[in-house]
Design a protein around this ligand. Sequence first.
Ligand code: ZN
Ligand code: ZN
Length: 341
Amino acid sequence: MKCVAIKDVKKFEIKDILEPVADGESVLIDVKKTGICGSDIHYWVAGEPAGLVMGHEFCGVVTDPGNRSDLRAGDRVTALPISPCGNCPACLTGNPQYCPETWSNAVGLSLTCPGGLAPKIKVRSDMVIKVPDTVSDEEAAMVEPASVGLHSVHLANIKVGERVLVIGAGIIGLVTAMFAKMEGASSVVISEPNKERGLKAVRLGVADSWYDAKDTKMIETLKVETKGGFDVVIDCCGNSPAVTTALATVRPGGRVVLAGVSLGTVTIPTVVAVMNEVTVQGSIGYTKEEFETTLKLIETKKIDVNKFVDDIVGLEEVQRSYERLTSGNDSAVKILVDPNK
Ligand SMILES: [Zn+2]
Ligand SMILES: [Zn+2]
């Protein structure tokens, strides 16, 4: 079958790989929609590992239910793409996101488990989640990235009336802002260097206002306008200027959640955190419960994730879509791929 795999720095290739085969345990899925994620972009930019077939945010139709007696062929499903061991302290306390095995065989994030940039995938059966009929394929493919936002907002422990700054208006920033409001934040401000994305966050109703992260006076302005800083700042970017902004714009005694991932070392002025007794909390992935909660919130129309989907493309257009998402001047934040288009 045809799939899209990493070839080189910022280069994909369309190539043939073997179709996954039933093993009596894993679930075989015909992929309907796969999201392009910010973390996927890191791999594409690095050009490695070569041969990686990405796509960890997906929705599809079961063709072989493996050992899941509650599933049958034709059921629509999504899945947590992770591979937690199930036996370590993290797993046993309901936190698979920091199990040491979680990413080792993650679907679409490891060479062992090709992801949804292919028409068929094989997924560990205990990670598969049935999608209700009233939730569309597009919405189901959005459960994974939306859960990331829900997790960071849970860790931020936002109280009713608190003021929140979200750094970065990529998809994780947008869903984080959405959940921050849902948790009771009285105002949600977004900072973002790409004007198109910043304005979009306000237009979609997830942020009350946008501030240009390229503006050298932004930190000063925000400190004045908030009279000393935000109660909570959630960074969805991860680089040094972003984390520095987070520490500089949170009020004394406030909380900073770091949800952006930077693989390199990041230099930050820790003195600001020390002097202001700022609590800094990392955030990665989601729990299974949060994943299911997100699906439920979509099903019951408590949240609308359709509004974040900018485009749906075929495998041939994946390369161009990545270029678009990294152009810095396009408002697109979420592009879904239909591998059968
Ligand atoms: Zn993702
Ligand atoms: Zn574990």
